[in-house]
Design a protein around this ligand. Sequence first.
Ligand code: NAD
Ligand code: TYD
Length: 384
Amino acid sequence: MRRMVQAMLLTPAPKAKILAIFGIDMRTCHLITGGAGFIGSCHVLRTRAAGVPVVTVDKLTYAGNLDNLCSLANDTKHCFVQGDIGNDELMAHLMRTHQPTAVINFAAESHVDRSILDPDAFVRTNVLGTCALLRVTLDYWYNLPQDHREAFRFLHVSTDEVYGSLCLGDAPFTENTPYAPNSPYSASKAASDHLVRAFHETHGLPVLITNCSNNYGPRQFPEKLIPLIICHALERQTLPIYGKGDYIRDWLHVKDHCEAIDMVLRRGTVGRTYNVGGRAERTNLDVVHSICAALDRLRPHSDGPYAKLMAFVADRPGHDFRYAIDCTRIERELEWKPRHTFDQGIEDTVSWYLDNQAWAERARGGQYRDWIARQYAGYERVGE
Ligand code: NAD
Ligand code: TYD
């Protein structure tokens, strides 16, 4: 309890708001972890728009950003708590207090390049943190009345990277593709998926897992390819492309991902995994060219096309060549399909970053600049 109070006091949200939460009926609330990050915040906003009360728990690592939730500042059915999913006491207290009907776990260390330099942080949050959250959730779930126990769900948000890498011409990943993670990030996510599955098999905890392809959209921390390229382009900096830029990812707009999560939560079969993807495979070169073309249309520069800033830099070690998702299961069972085309989604995303340069500026505070200096200094430029 003392740690919990400390966590509450640490929260930058106004005290009155935290107190208000105890005065309202949160019995149908969702507990969303990692909700100040890119995808988590999109999901928190979507869940509140649907009228469901939300308790957001986020450690506010370098990637967590309360600006992402600023539109909820006066929302009495949203409560933000700064805390770690690995803090049993805090998480148990929040579950007892708010009685969530669902826990949705977005909290993670999420950047492959960082996992190469500091794998321990990924094991701590993605593996040990998820395990602690599962233990606490299990205890909470066991003690629920029968009908609440049946309705309860634990949804774990994961990635297609757990399946490893594909060659050109290989069939896309299905839910039955064996796990073969190659980076410390994907290995830690794979371990967390196995733990989630194990809690279902061993204890009957009603879990669901989603494995999604690369997301893009508003509020993505500018260390990932798409926002990094937009921010660098606007500052007339080099646009760093690893290797030859021929790596392939399947891209999905973050709002489509969150809609999929919602559908899986409401109608997915307990114990099941659902692959989520955009059926939008692009090489990194294609992606960067699309961003540059959108910038040329929306913010033309007197020095000429943005693509002039592209530069090939030394490659990421162990770089997965291709990810591709077969999302037939979610399409057939839940009738989900993406609403955004890649071209429109990129145009909208570039527009968002143009309209929200103050957000990007704040997100790229001191620590971010240190990261970029450390990450890209050693990456020699190997031609344009
Ligand atoms: P993100 O890095 O933007 O956000 C992660 C959030 O988790 C941050 O707000 C961070 O502060 C918080 N967090 C980190 N450690 C924590 C801890 N110990 N306790 C509580 N909070 C903690 O990541 P994202 O891109 O929004 O990804 C969210 C989830 O979706 C992750 O699990 C990721 O593996 C998964 N995913 C991401 C993508 C993608 O393309 N971004 C694709 C598929 C799946
Ligand atoms: P990223 O956004 O880091 O996602 P992931 O590695 O999880 O797929 O990277 C997407 C692709 O873009 C990946 O192939 C690595 C490449 N990339 C670059 O070429 N340059 C960069 O500066 C970054 C961050 C990524």
